[in-house]
Design a binder for this molecule. Sequence first.
Ligand code: GLC
Length: 503
Amino acid sequence: MKLEELLWSDRQKTGQSGYKILFVGSEVMPYAATGGLGDVLGSLPAALAGRYPKCDIRVVMPLYSAIGEEWQQKMKDEAAFNLSLAWRRQYCGIKSLRRGNVIYYFVESEYYFGRDSLYGHYDDGERFAFFCMATMELIRHLEFWPDIIHAHDWQGGLSIVYKNLLCRGIEGYDRIRTVYTIHNIEYQGQFEHDILGDVFALGDEYHELLDYHGKLNLMKAGVCCADRVTTVSPRYAEEIRTPEFGRGLEYILNENPGKLCGILNGIDYDYYNPETDPALPVNYSWKKIDGKYKNKSALQKELGLPVREVPLLAIISRLASHKGLDLVCEIACRLVSENDLQLVVLGRGEARFEEFFTSLEQRHFAKVKTIIDYNRELSRQIYAAADIFLMPSKSEPCGLSQMIASRYGAIPVVRETGGLAESIKGFREVDGELQGNGFTFAEYSPGGLLECIMAALSLWQDEKKRRAFIKKIMQVDFSWDASAKKYMEVYEGLFRNEGGGRR
Ligand code: GLC
């Protein structure tokens, strides 16, 4: 087949108008994930493929050794080559798996990805440069010429940079449009300058493009090179243009104002479904919420908490300071000692928070349980068991936990920031009608959080209202439906006014 026939503009003439889209990211559920990015890359491509069956949607991620045997055994070998990156030439394999209508590719390199954790290695810059270069090579080797590369977070940023700079002048690549999504501006991928040529394989002429405040900044480079930039909620798209939230990148985002838009994430409605979730001791739905209480006693028993009908509060979070945990630390002792309630904390991260919550459990062992872990099964058991879910983030690009909590009937208590402000509306009672789908507070202060929790606890005390409110929040639509459509509008926008896909 000629390259011409592979291009969207030409296929459109023959009625095959669906886009070919390659998602590029460092984690994808259910293969390997450490947070929300994995959720999104595990569910958005499938949601798009379901809604737009003419589209050909594929996803590429590294083949980490953390990916379970059950998946690895099913993978098909697609290609093997030696990949050149700066002065290195190393083996690179490409494997694939099909799940539903989506093809997932895995970049194999024992040297870079055969390690015990996804991130946090001294050579992360080099690892993800290799991954992005392998993505360019995959396109040529497999002759899968996408219309759009949709790259995510700093780990995917170099794929757009390489497409624009190193593959420039090669027809197939020149026609590819690019979208870059920022999932969290806190993690920008910053490296020392001396690795520009040696590791990233980029000449000195590109120094300025990657440089930001004296460091190489891969998120900045992704933003500058991409045709469109998105982030994971409209409010966060506004917030990151300001010094308070932009983490220094606000200047760059403001230089490219027309490029950026925000689209709220959805959650995978098949996976996060209390009616069918295999991790739950008892399944339940908004029509029959009694099962929720059985999950609560099962969890209390499992964790060694007294099996009692007291409000169960939960935190499931990366233990990082922007998640608002400073506020929790300030009020936790008082909250726990002055109220008859239980608190379960699941997460790992900064040592100071791990230590705080561990010692809180030691001081209040009949009320608090802390599990330092990232455990998806247990997290769903906690969502199902919890009455109230705490997410007082200082900043929150989108947040998925509040949506999952809502679907599992755990009342979210959130701070009004980013995607939290857009997905959770404060509880109000107007003429006997219960409005909103959670409890919210605006000012980032311990007092604000405590007051908000107390309001949620007071609703909890009124059993009739509590049950009605739980039924209500469980029915709020957080599926991908609306957002998948918005992504498609972004993709369509890339081809508008551009003479049928030529550039
Ligand atoms: C990051 C953000 C979170 C967002 C997720 C998926 O983890 O911190 O707010 O929901 O990415 O986009």
